[in-house]
Design a binder for this molecule. Structure first.
Ligand SMILES: *Cc1c(COP(=O)(O)O)cnc(C)c1O
Length: 356
């Protein structure tokens, strides 16, 4: 049976969280002399001299409507990367516990584990980039605290089979973290609505991709109130700054505009896939549920460097297991995509086998 109490680190359970000035007084007042702020203002037209809301209440209320989930089940971090780090710090004992990842996948799960001195166990994806449930199950032991599932996955671009994720949720007594950074580009529906069925589920999303706000650094975790409460105890008091909160609130009023961008990006992804598939040195364009394409080519390194000479940067994933000779290419603007295609065509002409 799932028992959250057994998962939380002892030092976190017994922690007295930092109590900020904003925590100790949150009522109405006109003179705030409790936080050692500069009452004279900021050297800017708009002032940022006051500490931001440590609990980001307004952003969570707006998000609660957009995502159809209670505000109490939302945690906001300085990027999803902060959520990843906090999950380790709340639930994994350094030098003792382990987590499972399914490579090739997002690099931060492993880097953050290394920083926190948590052992990583690997159940690589199968050849079709789906989860290897048998391998996963064999890796689990009594110190396994988290299983990371990235869906749609970076860099393979596919979504994981929903039934496989459900099987893991139903059979694993630790936390199952489903990273949905690319969910808005996917045909799959989010796992957020399944939170009521799975006390061990944590869903990560971000403002960095579909929302077009990577520069703001705002990540979301959705989970049971109990899990969110633990993350809140450990987070730095003012982890989401005032500017980010204000602008996120504004962006949340523009869901329609975001949906339009998502539609356009998905259309361009489909078109780009079609064009890539006609280029002779492209061996395979993998199905994508994200805003990028994983493209297998003849010689990834050479093409990568050629594109650089044309001022175009893509991600060389050719050293990654199961991604041999693959480039990860983000969908750009119409003009950027055209520029990329022209460069690829030029490379082909220059490197064409003599008899082709
Ligand atoms: C881009 C990405 C994120 C986003 O991280 P932020 O810190 O929120 O910018 C998270 N997970 C995956 C798999 C990603 O590719």
């Amino acid at each position: 049976m799932f028992d959250l109490n057994k998962l939380v680190r002892e030092n976190i359970k017994s922690l007295t969280p930092y109590s900020s000035a904003r925590d100790e007084f949150s009522g109405e007042a006109k003179v705030f002399l409790d936080a050692n702020e500069n009452a004279l203002g900021s050297p800017l037209t708009k002032w940022y001299n006051r500490y931001p809301d440590p609990h980001q209440v307004k952003v969570k209320e707006a998000l609660s409507v957009v995502k159809s989930v209670e505000a109490s089940k939302i945690f906001l971090g300085n990027g999803s990367d902060e959520c990843v780090d906090l999950l380790y710090r709340c639930f994994c004992n350094p030098g003792k516990d382990n987590v499972i990842i399914c490579p090739p996948t997002y690099g931060m799960y492993e880097v953050s584990a290394n920083i926190n001195d948590i052992e990583i166990k690997k159940a690589p994806l199968l050849d079709d980039f789906q989860l290897d449930l048998v391998h996963l199950e064999n890796l689990v032991n009594e110190n396994t605290k988290l299983i990371w599932i990235c869906s749609p996955n970076n860099p393979t671009a596919n979504s994981m089979n929903r039934e496989d994720v459900e099987t893991i949720l139903n059979n694993f007594n630790g936390l199952v973290v489903v990273d949905e950074a690319y969910i808005n580009f996917s045909r799959q529906k989010s796992f957020i609505q399944e939170l009521k069925d799975y006390p061990n589920l944590v869903v990560l999303q971000t403002f960095s991709k579909a929302w077009g706000l990577a520069g703001l650094r705002l990540g979301m975790a959705f989970a049971s109130e109990e899990i969110i409460e633990i993350l809140n105890r450990v987070k730095p008091p003012y982890n989401v700054n005032q500017v980010t909160q204000e602008l996120a609130l504004k962006a949340l009023e523009e869901v329609g505009q975001v949906n339009d961008m998502i539609k356009e990006l998905v259309q361009m992804r489909v078109a780009l896939k079609g064009v890539f598939e006609k280029i002779p040195f492209v061996k395979k364009v993998y199905p994508s549920d994200a805003n990028f394409l994983l493209v297998k080519v003849d010689n990834a390194k050479e093409i990568y460097h050629y594109l650089l000479t044309r001022g175009i940067v893509v991600r060389d994933r050719s050293n990654v297991q199961l991604c041999e000779n693959c480039l990860r290419i983000t969908v750009g603007t119409e003009e950027e995509n055209t520029e990329l295609i022209e460069a690829m065509a030029d490379w082909f002409v220059a490197n064409k086998p003599v008899n082709a």
